[in-house]
Write a protein that binds this ligand. Structure first.
Ligand code: ADP
Ligand code: MG
Length: 686
């Protein structure tokens, strides 16, 4: 049970003052459902603004604060036309305050005609007119506005503004109380880190490297501790020795011979499965190295031994794709396999649940729906987790609670993190590596092309389609908001559809799941020749006939992400091409990144360089750790602090025999705080 002193932090965020139903939705979208989540929603950066008397003093692009009086409302009638509020400065010069999406009603209320308001935001120019798009804060009080010239910039989503989010976070921070210290005292002194509470308050107030490091370290320590607890508990757990006789594997219809690396990995897994101690193995292999078939062979061993196996995919699209692939390869074996995702309802779902319970379904592929409470297995003996870095370890564990005995676990990942970090992040697992690509793969011809040459790119696409091959087009990631990302993707899709006609499909994160699948399936079947997408295709999609990848504004992506995206092509025998379109102003780092992409296809090397290029520069570190299980720690912090946390966690486990004593108690709090409390539960159970 969660320690009582943490309860206030786990109270629902919509209980905070000022969080009405209007805010609850966008907050939830950011994952901020409890006070704990809100206080850990840290600023991306801080802006300093200049206070202006009149608009004329400001420069385009500058962050300003100014008093303006709304004089007119325009537009906003149709859903896609922006709502504009014309507002005058004290000299009578006009600036438009522009709102996209469903914000018009709210904006009217904040900005009544004829009443002076203090506006903070970025001064922009549109044609000849000045404008501020989605002002960050609006208020009647000049002193308040001028007292906030340094402001945090938080990651946002539609329906939220910086001002409203900052107010909610300010509220949440009043619930933060002192905690006993879980960090080793000498380390804390050496690093000059503040207490937990002080660190949280400081991190929201201004740039403070020490505060941010301390908070990141907490998260890393929690993770390392939890992993060690898992490992320890796993050693004690009773599993099920699985011995396959090969009768199903020999009937499998594989369209290719396994690589040496695949055979080695399968042998290692087979060895683990024969033990009664549950397997905890990580299969590392770069994009395209052929992890899926290793998963399949492993699952067949479980079925040959009379038990069931499950494959967990991070997305619906990927689950469907895996299901189709496995079903095809399994056809001659007679093994029954089912697909179960959150979308299956009613009779179909009931049927699958029955089959899993009575054992007539031997394999299941799905999203996290496969480990909901209602899903009961007759004898689940192996769980394979694809793209493991997308899941927290907690999900992995929930799955392993499903069997009568602890199932074996195989986690697969496309090495999102550099070698130096594997030990610390996956320290509790054994590792198999696919360090060899299937034969016949040709290097992907990667070129950097100026964005202005879009016309040439379209011609190249046309020639490409004439050969009967397909292509991907990844739209720019405009990190400002989802709405703008989506708008960019829709606009690009319209352009390309105007040139290439019906055979162009669009996939993005806000599409209804059915529509997304339908588009993906048309593309996978070869009926659509071009797939235009936001980055949702990043993970795992496999269409070997797609051999051309266009990535717009490639300079905005990190290396690891570009590598994942590029990995969607070069999967068949045909030569593949990747065109990285770049804008006309490139930073030094961006230039270097793109050059590296041209130079190498080695995922390990790219991951390491990615880290090097990102490291150091920014004080706050960009929170692009998206592919790690960490929300607070940035990549740079992970590199610097994870090894320390790892060693410290080991000491804490060994010295105190597993979280006893004062520091041990504090460490338990930490595990609950970061929701690695399954670690604590294991400790108790064992
Ligand atoms: P990933 O490791 O990225 O998950 P996949 O399992 O999707 O890779 O495999 C990538 C592609 O390579 C698939 O089209 C798959 O059929 C093919 N493939 C896998 N193993 C081999 C092999 N030994 N020989 C030839 N092609 C293979
Ligand atoms: Mg894969």
């Amino acid at each position: 049970m969660r320690p009582e002193r943490l309860n206030p932090l786990f109270a629902a965020a919509d209980g905070l003052k000022g969080v009405g139903p209007g805010l609850a939705r966008p907050l939830e979208k950011l994952g901020l459902t409890r006070i704990r989540d809100v206080i850990y929603h840290l600023p991306d950066r801080f802006v300093s603004r200049r206070a202006l008397e009149v608009l004329e003093e400001g420069a385009v692009g500058e962050q300003i604060v100014i008093a303006l009086t709304p004089v007119d409302y325009r537009g906003g009638g149709a859903p896609r036309t922006p709502f504009r509020i014309m507002a005058e400065d004290s000299a009578g010069h006009v600036c438009a305050l522009v709102y996209f999406g469903r914000n018009a009603g709210w904006a009217r209320k904040q900005l009544p005609l004829g009443e002076k308001r203090w506006i903070a935001g970025r001064l922009d120019q549109f044609g000849q007119a000045l404008q501020i798009v989605h002002p960050d804060t609006i208020g009647p009080d000049g002193a308040a506005a001028l007292g906030r010239l340094i402001e945090p910039v938080y990651p946002l989503t539609e329906g939220l503004t910086q001002g409203r989010l900052a107010a909610v976070i300010g509220q949440a921070l009043t619930h933060v109380t002192d905690m006993p210290e879980w960090i080793e005292p000498q380390l804390k002194t050496r690093e000059g880190w503040p207490d937990w509470r002080g660190a949280l308050l400081a991190a929201h107030k201004g740039e403070d490297g020490k505060a941010r490091d301390r908070l990141a370290y907490d998260e890393l320590l929690a993770n390392s501790l939890a992993l060690m607890l898992v490992r320890a508990s796993n050693r004690r757990a009773a599993g099920q020795a699985l011995r396959g006789d090969g009768r199903l594997r020999s009937r499998l219809s594989l369209p290719f011979a396994l690589t040496g690396a695949q055979k080695r990995a399968i042998a290692e897994i087979e060895g683990d499965l024969m033990q009664s101690a549950p397997m905890l193995r990580l299969l590392q292999g770069d994009v395209g190295s052929g992890k899926t078939v290793v998963a399949l062979e492993s699952m067949l061993i479980a079925v040959e031994a009379g038990a069931q196996a499950a494959l967990l995919a991070p997305t619906e699209i990927l689950a469907r794709q895996h299901f189709a692939t496995l079903q095809r390869m399994l056809a001659p074996t007679g093994v029954t396999i089912a697909l179960l995702t959150g979308r299956d309802k009613g009779r179909a779902r009931e049927g699958i649940l029955m089959g899993l319970m009575d054992g007539s379904i031997q394999m299941v592929v799905g999203t996290h729906a496969i480990f909901q409470d209602a899903v009961v297995y007759k004898d689940l003996a192996l769980v394979v987790i694809d793209e493991q870095h997308r899941f927290g370890v907690s999900q992995r564990l929930m799955l392993t609670q499903k069997g009568r005995r602890t199932p074996h676990c195989l986690a697969m990942t496309a090495t999102p993190i550099p070698r130096t970090l594997t030990l610390a992040q996956y320290g509790e697992m054994d590792v198999s590596k696919l360090d060899e690509l299937p034969p016949g793969r040709q290097a992907i011809d990667t070129r950097v092309v100026a964005q202005e040459r879009l016309g040439d790119v379209a011609n190249a696409l046309r020639r490409h389609f004439e050969t009967g091959q397909q292509a991907y087009w990844v739209c720019p990631m405009v990190r400002e908001s989802e709405t703008t990302d989506l708008a960019a993707a829709e606009a690009r899709h319209a352009d390309l559809a105007a040139i290439f006609g019906e055979d162009v499909v669009l996939v993005h994160g806000q599409l209804k799941p059915e529509a997304k699948d339908a588009a993906m399936e048309r593309f996978a079947r070869g009926e659509a020749k071009l797939l235009v997408a936001t980055t949702v295709i990043e993970v795992g999609v496999d269409v070997p006939n797609a051999t051309l990848m266009v990535i717009e504004q490639a300079e905005r992506f990190g290396l690891a992400q570009l590598h994942q995206l590029r990995g969607r092509v070069g999967r068949g025998a045909e030569k593949s091409v990747c065109l990285l379109l770049r804008g006309d102003t490139l930073s030094e780092v961006a230039r270097e990144r793109l050059a590296l992409m041209r130079e190498t296809q080695d995922g390990f090397r790219l991951a390491e360089e990615d880290l090097r290029l990102r490291g150091g520069g920014e004080l706050l570190g960009t929170r692009q750790s998206g592919d790690t299980p960490f929300r607070v720690a940035s990549l740079d912090q992970i590199t610097r602090l994870l090894p320390i946390a790892h060693d410290d966690a080991r000491l804490l486990m060994e010295r105190d025999g597993g979280l006893v004593g004062e520091r041990g108690e504090a460490a338990r709090l930490l595990l609950y705080l970061f929701e690695r409390d399954w670690g604590v539960q294991l400790l108790r159970g064992g």
